[in-house]
Design a protein around this ligand. Sequence first.
Ligand code: FNR
Length: 387
Amino acid sequence: MLPLKNCNNIGDLRLRARSKLPSPMFHYIDGGADDEWTLRRNTEAFDDYQLMPNYLNDISHVDLSTNILGCGLTLPFLLSPTGMSRLFHHHKELGVSKAAAEAGTLYTLSTMATTSLEDVAAASDGPKMFQIYILKDRELTKEFVQRCKASGYKALCLTVDTALAGNRERDAVYGMTMPPKINRNNFFSYAKSWEWLLNMALNPDFKLANVVHRVDALGQGAMGLIEYVNSQFDRSVTWDDVAWLAEQWDGPFVIKGMTTVSDARRAVEVGATAAMLSNHGGRQLDGVPAPIDTLMPIRDAVGDKLELILDGGIRRGTHIVKALAMGANACSIGRPYLYGLAAGGQAGVARAIEILKSEVERDLALLGCSSIAELRSDHISQLNMKM
Ligand code: FNR
């Protein structure tokens, strides 16, 4: 297993995470829906776009600073929401949010987090966004909005591609359950990760911290936490509910899970600040396009009425540079920092961020740009253009 400091790229962090985690946890991070076509395509699609450098510009200083959602960030990428970080390391969401703050970027906390939104807010001064669902219990949804306001969250991010869970077959194959349970079939995969197992036994603090009070209110044993949350997903949500939520929040508002031009136009109509072009990292509907392939048509359609955040498949600095040149205001990453978390807790997340930061810095300079603002569409040439 490579030591953290010798992990040179996100792929190395992934391999280290794989050695440290029991198989159910690793594949829960790594896997996607159905045949994982979209999961693979999310990264592979970047290869359809080539970078076109312009030399002999002054690149003595390279400035990565970016403005998004009213926040000035040191980096052009944010951290996407991912549920249940405690499964991967006991530093959980606190470690991730602190690493993001130290690097000068924004952390998005999931509704399904294992740390409460108040505890994450108190842990660092960095800018934070809360990822929300419109749940059947609208009072609970409203309560989240109030709690986020009280805790100083900068933005709210509504995920719209998860009215029901995608078909993630690796979870069945490797025996992933929530909470994790050891049985005869997966015993050996847990046993090989004795460090993880010991740690979980010593700190059995796995809980969905943002909703646990609701389940407690229902009475002990009335319903398991996971069953409760699953029962809260609402298939009847429409754009009217989105408009209602945007009004409740009345601040920078992101809609996460946009793929089509028509949905992006609706996002403008409901007053969203930004759309996160995302397919949930290939974990929901298999067969949808990679976010990078949706970017240019959406930018053409919405002009500057919407900030666009590209989320999905980013594993290299060149991926970020391509997305920014093609019209994204910022990018966002999920698995890269989760591999880091599993590989080494907060230090591993910091390593993931540092790897991508130094790649973007070098790539920008090699492209002949001294800032993010200098990236333009003529830095890109598209391969295999179909007429
Ligand atoms: C996610 N994602 C996610 N999205 C969301 O809106 N709420 C959530 O709770 C989660 N949980 C979650 C768990 C895990 C293990 C993964 C890998 C992903 C999706 C996430 O925010 C993001 O869209 C993708 O991870 C982006 O793709 P990459 O960067 O992982 O390729």
